[in-house]
Design a protein around this ligand. Structure first.
Ligand code: PLP
Length: 333
């Protein structure tokens, strides 16, 4: 289908406008030069510039997760994440924009004094409840919602990472942007690298490119933490859910999804722990293009892309897109 046809399907899901506009897709000639003469054409899709609450991929997902009908009558947003969660930061910013209270269930100790995203939680006026394990997060959110209801309010619980089939619609919109910014060319694949964790970003792109009929697109998701098979299962389920929301019930959904590879070989010692390759990729982006990636997600995805280029995995005629999903505050954590 065309972009306009897909936009028309998205109309059924009104969003709360938070993204400031279409994000740029730029070439990266100096980085391409630094990676060697065989490097395919290299593009950066700058979603760190979504422009609200310091930007990043969560802004797109929250536009749908916090659509006008979802927040009608709501007094508080509750969500969860780690002490340095980009999702919690943008949810807190969205609560402020919507005039709502915000309660963050944080697993792990928030740094004292607060730094990075934790500092922004405070500046944005969010209240924090700390739990010590991931397993305690959902019960704590339910508990807080009950407490707010008892006091006469009504809370909306935003699931981890806003990675739901509804939130994924934000990345269906991003797929339309990329589709228009980088039209299909005969015999030239587009290898699109992105950082992945809770799977919503990947899911939205899968659904979007499936409907836009882009067999040239090959998605390469680089996990920040989750094992590759689990991540692919989660994202595929969310993609099918997003397609169903867009009325695509009759088709054999799984058969139209684009080519996806999920890699978990850049995780290293674990979530948020830099590796030599991620440090090198972070410096490469900064020093060749003046683009800052974050140490937790995008530097690891960048390391995956650099390794693939160095291994000569893509013919020189291919195109490579790196989706920058944000995360800058982690540089100051
Ligand atoms: C900067 C950044 N990039 C990528 C991701 C991964 O996105 P997703 O959770 O949709 O897989 C996240 C969040 O987890 C993030 O904060």
């Amino acid at each position: 289908m065309t972009s306009d046809e897909l936009f028309a399907l998205l109309e059924a899901h009104p969003r709360t406008h938070l993204v400031l506009g279409r994000t740029p897709l730029v070439t990266a000639p100096r980085m391409r030069g630094a990676l060697g003469p065989e490097t395919p054409e290299l593009y950066l899709k700058l979603d760190e510039e979504t422009g609200f609450g310091l930007g990043g991929n969560k802004v797109r997902k929250l536009e749908h997760e916090l659509g006008p009908t979802r927040v009608d009558g709501i007094t508080h947003l509750i969500t969860t994440g780690g002490p340095q969660s980009n999702h919690c930061r943008v949810t807190a910013a969205a609560a402020a924009r919507l005039g709502l209270g915000c309660l963050l269930v944080i697993n792990g100790d928030v740094p004292d004094p607060p730094t990075g995203n934790a500092l922004l939680y405070e500046i944005l006026g969010a209240k924090i409840r700390t739990v010590m394990s991931r397993a305690e997060r959902n019960p704590a959110m339910e508990d807080e919602a009950k407490r707010i209801a008892k006091a006469g309010g009504q809370a909306l619980i935003v699931p981890l990472g806003a990675s739901t089939s509804l939130g994924a619609l934000g990345y269906v919109r991003a797929a339309i942007e990329i589709h228009e910014q980088l039209p299909m060319t005969r015999d030239r694949d587009v290898n699109l690298f992105l950082a992945s964790s809770s799977g919503g970003t990947l899911a939205g792109l899968m659904a979007g490119f499936a409907l836009l009929d882009r067999p040239d697109i090959h998605l390469v998701a680089v996990s920040a933490d989750v094992p590759a098979d689990d991540l692919l299962d989660t994202a595929s389920d969310l993609a099918v859910g997003a397609l169903a929301r867009l009325g695509q019930h009759e088709r054999e959904l799984e058969t139209i999804l684009p080519r996806v590879d999920v890699a978990d070989d850049q995780v290293g010692k674990g979530y948020g722990i830099p590796t030599e390759a991620s440090g090198e990729a972070l410096d490469l982006f900064a020093r060749s293009e003046g683009i800052l990636v974050d140490p937790v997600y995008t530097a690891k995805a960048a390391a995956g892309m650099v390794a693939a280029v160095r291994e000569g995995r893509f013919p020189a005629g291919d195109r490579i897109v790196f989706l920058h999903t944000g995360g800058h505050p982690a540089l100051f954590a």
